[in-house]
Design a protein around this ligand. Structure first.
Ligand code: FES
Length: 70
């Protein structure tokens, strides 16, 4: 699993596992990688809809990488 904060953009989640978005409205399978809003402006939270561009969101890049413990 890897979470990468894209510069001035969303958090990209990559995994070999299947992903399901669960909300009050129900469940929906997600493709990977999926992009999670971190600017707060998306109209499709928790997913990014590109609104960070109009909002001129600024944030540094970062990365979290996970793996199986040995
Ligand atoms: S990060 Fe893209 S809409 Fe928020």
């Amino acid at each position: 699993m890897k979470i990468k904060s894209l510069p001035n953009g969303p958090n990209m989640l990559e995994t070999e596992e299947s992903l399901t978005l669960k909300t009050d409205a129900g469940e929906k399978p997600l493709k990977t990688p999926c992009y999670l809003c971190r600017c707060g402006h998306s109209k499709t939270k928790p997913l990014c809809d590109g609104s960070h561009l109009a909002a001129k969101f600024e944030a540094p890049a970062a990365e979290i990488v996970g793996g199986k413990k040995t």
